[in-house]
Design a protein around this ligand. Sequence first.
Ligand code: S3P
Length: 441
Amino acid sequence: MKLSFRAPRGLGGELTPPPDKSITHRALMLAALSDGPCLIHNPLGTGDCLSTRSCLEALGVPISEELRKGRGAAGTQPQLRVRGVGLRGLREPEDVLNAGNSGTTTRLLAGMLAGLPLCAVITGDASLRRRPMLRVVEPLRRMGAKIAGRLSGEQPPLVFLPGPGSLSGLDYALPVASAQVKSALMLAALRADSQVRLSGATGSRDHTERLYRFLGLSLPEEEGALVCLPASRVPAFELAVPGDPSSAAFFVAAALISGRELTVRACGLNPTRLGFFRVLRRMGALIEMGEERTEGGEPVGTLRVRPGTLVATEIGEAEIPFLLDEVPLLAVVGAKAEGLTRVSGAAELRHKESDRLQAVARLLEAAGGRIELAPDGFSVEGPQQLRGGEMEAGGDHRIAMAAAVLAAGSSEGMAVGGVEAAGVSFPEFVSAFRRLGGTVG
Ligand code: S3P
C-alpha cells in the first residue's frame, strides 16, 4: 500500500505510543515459562509480538485475549492471559514455527528451545531468513544444544534437535552488543546445570534483567559481568507494558524538524532506551522526562519535547546500542541541524530488517537531500531544504515510519510504498500521523 504523507503545519500535540515491543516479547516468553497463570496488560498485539504469541501457542502454551474495563475515558484495555507451562513444559510443535519478520522472536525462542527434549524448526519471512543467527546458535551449541540451520546455522530455518532438557553452564564474552543475544543466553541459563556468566552484557537494553529482578530471580553482577543462575521455577506474575520510546521517537523527530511541541504520555523511560533523546538534547532540543511510576521493574512517565535550534553532533559506537532503532531518524534530524552530523560504529544497522544504512541513504536522496554513506555509518551536512518525494519501505517498519515523518520537514511531503510494514511495531501509525496534524491520502 502506498500512502502520501504531508504535514504543512508540522506534527505536534499529545501522543500515547503503542506498547513496548521488546517488553511485550519478554513478558510473553517468561509468562510461558512460569508455573502459573500470568496477566499482561497493554501488550503489543500485532506484528512481531503476534509472531511470539503464535509460536508459544504452537509450543503448547495457552494464551487468551481479554478486554479489561479501563478507568475513566480509557474505555476497555486489552490484556493477555498466559497459562505458564513451566521451565521444561514446552511441547513439540506439530508444524514449523513461523517467526514472521521478528528477529527478537527467533533469537529469544532459540534460548528457550535449546536442549529441550523436542524437535522444532523456526523460520520466517524473506528478511528474517537473511538475518545472522550464529551469534545465538554458536554459544547455545557451547552449552550443549544441537542446532542445525542454513549456512551451518547462520540463517533460518533453524532446526532444534532433541536434547536432555538441561544445558551446561557457560563463561562467555558477548561479541556483539546485542540485547537479543544476551536475552537468549539468559533464557537458556534458567535450565543450565551451572551458572552462565556473560561479560560485555551491560552495553545494551536491559529489559530481561529488569524482568528477572522483578520476578525475584537472582542475577548478580560481578566485575561488569552478568551472572545468570539456574532456576528451579519462574513465578507467575502480572504486569502492564509501558509505551515504546522507539515508536515515540518518530513523532519526537517529526515535531522537532517542524518546530512543534509534543507531549508523550505513558512512555517507557528505561535509560538504556533513551540514547536518541540524549543526543537530541545535545543537538539543542528541549526535552524533559518525568518518571511517574514503575511497571514490571520499568520506569514509566511523560516526555515533553520543545523545539530548539538544532546543531550537528557526532554519534559513536558506544552510544549506538542505546539508540539502535532510532539511527534512521538521526539522518532525518541531522539533515535539519546546522553543521555536520556524523554517525559511526553502526555497522549492525546493516543486519536489521533491511540494510538500514543503505535504506536511509535512499530515503534522503529520494527526498532531494544529501548524505554520505560509510561502511559503519553516515555523515549528513545541514541544514538542508528537503523537497520530499517517493520511497519504498522495503518491508522495514522503521524505514517506512522514518520516510513518513520526514514529510514534516519537507516542502512537498513523502509518498511511502509498503507503509503497512509500520504495523510490525506501531499499528496505529497512520492515525497518529493524522491526529498530530498531518494529512495522509
Ligand atoms: C531488541 C534488541 C535490538 C533491537 C530490536 C529489539 C530486543 O536488537 O534492534 O528492535 O528486543 O532485544 P539487538 O539484538 O541488535 O540489540
